[in-house]
Design a protein around this ligand. Structure first.
Ligand SMILES: [Zn+2]
Length: 74
């Protein structure tokens, strides 16, 4: 686990970052992605309030769904 709390923005090096609770719908790319269910994830977003650059990690349970759904297409 890498702590992000005291890091600086990777884009502009600003320390003016705040963590938000995110709600993101992931769509699989391409035409075949249209047949796949959207995967909702609720990550913590580390937003740079200076330039808008945002970092987040997909929680493990949702990440597994992405991996499984991707493998199902092959
Ligand atoms: Zn920034």
């Amino acid at each position: 686990m890498s702590a992000q709390s005291c890091s600086r923005c990777r884009s502009c090096q600003s320390a003016n970052q705040t963590t938000f609770s995110g709600e993101i719908a992931l769509h699989f790319p391409g035409l075949e992605g249209l047949d796949k269910p959207i995967v909702w994830v609720f990550p913590k977003l580390l937003v740079c309030l200076n330039c808008g650059f945002t970092e987040f990690a997909i929680p493990e349970a949702e990440l597994r769904r992405l991996v499984e759904s991707d493998a199902a297409a092959a």
